[in-house]
Design a protein around this ligand. Structure first.
Ligand code: SF4
Ligand code: SF3
Length: 558
């Protein structure tokens, strides 16, 4: 086995990538990422101890957030960048260790003699081969004697933390941070090194994490809506416009804003791709006339779409795939995304200079003519939906809306993901579908019609806008005087990477039951942990659209 990773849904044979990542992650990068997680645990051990003495270090906090985000699926594939991050991790560990020891000395004694896990003493080996040797000793199965349920719950928490790190990072670039969220990164990472924690302790910690992640989602929602305004229903063209073009993918709306500012008046049109689609609904972004359209589908279709896109492409976050030679010189990464040999746009004091991207778009020429196409509507965040709550509640009371489905989550290449298209298409005409994240590309260009003026398909936004869905569910429950589980609302989730894991843990922590999840269950969830999830939350795998719809609408809960 030259590597082992099972953090995402497309893991090899549904068990684990042990030769090469299905995502394209090499054994080298996988091993360096394992080592980075080990290093982050070491940092968090000290950061957590320091917090207990009321001492924090913002640089340490932000490094841990970025370090975790770096290891999310389809973010960083560059061993050189990873090596530099590891060297920096050591510096940060020594820094926070010193801060902790000084605080300890001033409060208690000269020498701290508490016992600490091995991660606290890690020091990077000299060359790459030394780092790889270290990494191989700290992977998921490095402790073969570890109880499989403990391992499973630790990985569940780790992947949740990785997902939350992505959202915390987006909030941070918009100037929002939260102490409870920051503190939990350290508490959680430290807990992964604690051999004294039982299965019950770890279940409890995962649930505690779910509530902290809700806070993080709220923080990001506030960061987005304060900066860009509340999304409003907006028609988005799927056509193209004559002239130079830049396609922006990923989740970072601030990157998009900076690019829109830098391209204003330059005759370059900006197109959204993948998780950037919801940008069109934000007043602070839709005001730019050269944000012209949405292009292509979800991340897994990028190679063939980028191939024929006649302009520059900017990847702001996941999901990047191995770039084809046909567009390798036209694709750029920024933020934490990295691919060897692909030009990276760094941030300098929070500002990014996209002139190389703009120049490339102009050189490439762009679209030769206007090609009009249909529009789709986005922008149904919690503010927009709750703005018409009376109408929605009235339609439910009048029997015009019989059921709500949240059909959302990540997309991927597996044929089993057609389930979500089938489900949306087969949902009866008196039902409303709320959707979010990139899984919606399976059906968001279909025509669903409306119920008394309420569109049957409501696009709530990116994966992080699960927060909006939660807000709407809670408001509906309040209006009907019942709990969320008693609403005529079913959650049909698709998962792929770790952001879906953190959202799932939030939904579970909120006590939401009967969630259907697909296209397959996580490989890192052990049979016993799965039994707990089934027993406590009645979580279940998707079957077929027909069967699941019949079960849900027939009122059978088993
Ligand atoms: Fe495999 Fe997913 Fe890990 Fe990539 S991130 S190596 S596809 S499990
Ligand atoms: Fe998609 Fe990668 Fe998860 Fe934000 S872009 S949802 S998979």
């Amino acid at each position: 086995m030259s590597m082992f990773c099972y953090q995402c849904e497309q893991t090899a044979k549904g068990k684990g990538c042990d030769y090469l990542g299905v995502c394209g992650k090499t054994p080298e990068v996988a091993t360096l990422q394992d080592l980075l997680i080990h290093a982050l645990k070491g940092i968090s051990i000290y950061a957590h101890l320091a917090r207990e003495l009321d001492v924090r270090d913002r640089e340490t906090d932000l490094f841990v957030v970025e370090g975790l985000f770096t290891t999310v699926t389809n973010v960083d594939f560059d061993p050189e960048r990873m090596t530099a991050t590891l060297r920096r991790a050591y510096e940060i560990k020594e820094r926070i260790k010193k801060i902790f020891l000084e605080a300890y000395k001033s409060k208690f004694a000269d020498n701290f003699d508490g016992e600490l896990p091995a991660a606290a003493f890690w020091k990077p080996a000299e060359g790459l081969s030394g780092l790889l040797e270290q990494g191989r000793k700290v992977g998921i199965f490095s402790d073969k004697s570890l109880n499989e349920d403990i391992r499973s719950l630790r990985e569940l928490l780790l992947y949740g933390l990785k997902g939350m790190a992505a959202y915390a990072d987006h909030a941070h670039v918009l100037g929002r941070e939260d102490e409870e969220v920051m503190a939990f990164f350290h508490k959680g990472l430290k807990a992964l090194t604690d051999n004294g924690l039982s299965v019950n302790d770890l279940v409890g910690l995962n649930m505690q994490f779910g509530m902290v992640n809700l806070k993080c989602l709220e923080l990001l929602d506030k960061a987005h809506t304060d900066h860009f305004g509340h999304p409003v229903p907006t028609a988005v063209s799927l056509g193209t416009k004559k002239g130079p073009a830049i396609l922006v993918s990923g989740h970072d709306l601030l990157d998009l804003e900076q690019l829109l500012q830098q391209t204003e008046g330059k005759g370059v049109n900006i197109y959204t791709h993948g998780e950037m689609l919801p940008a069109h609904g934000y007043p602070g972004l839709k005001k730019y006339k050269h944000l012209v359209a949405n292009y292509g589908g979800a991340w897994q279709d990028q190679a063939k779409e980028f191939d024929v896109f006649p302009g520059a492409i900017l990847m702001t976050t996941n999901c990047i795939q191995s770039p084809r030679d046909t567009y390798k010189d036209r694709i750029f990464t920024t933020g934490l995304v990295a691919w060897p040999g692909v030009k990276h746009i760094p941030a300098v004091d929070g500002k990014k200079d996209f002139s190389a991207v703009i120049q490339k778009a102009i050189e490439t020429g762009g679209f030769k003519e206007d090609v009009p196409a249909k529009n789709i509507v986005v922008g149904f965040g919690h503010n927009a939906v709750l703005g018409v709550a009376d109408k929605v509640i009235g339609a439910v009371k009048a029997g015009q809306i019989k059921h709500f489905f949240l059909v959302g989550g990540c997309d991927g290449a597996k044929p089993g993901r057609n389930y979500y298209t089938d489900f949306a298409q087969q949902a009866p005409k008196d039902t409303v579908i709320l959707t979010l994240a990139c899984g919606k590309y399976r059906f968001n260009k279909l025509d669903f019609g409306d119920i008394g003026g309420i569109p049957r398909l409501l696009d709530m936004g990116q994966c992080n806008d699960a927060y909006s869905a939660i807000q709407v569910a809670v408001a509906l429950a309040k209006a009907f005087g019942c709990g969320v589980n008693d609403l005529p609302l079913s959650m049909i989730l698709s998962w792929y990477e770790q952001k879906a894991v953190c959202i799932l843990l939030t939904l579970l922590a909120l006590g939401i039951q009967n969630i259907r999840i697909g296209p397959s269950l996580p490989a890192f969830v052990s049979p016993n942990v799965l039994s707990v999830l089934v027993e406590k939350f009645n979580i279940k795998p998707v079957t077929t659209a027909k069967e699941d719809l019949a079960t849900i609408l027939g009122g059978v809960t088993a």
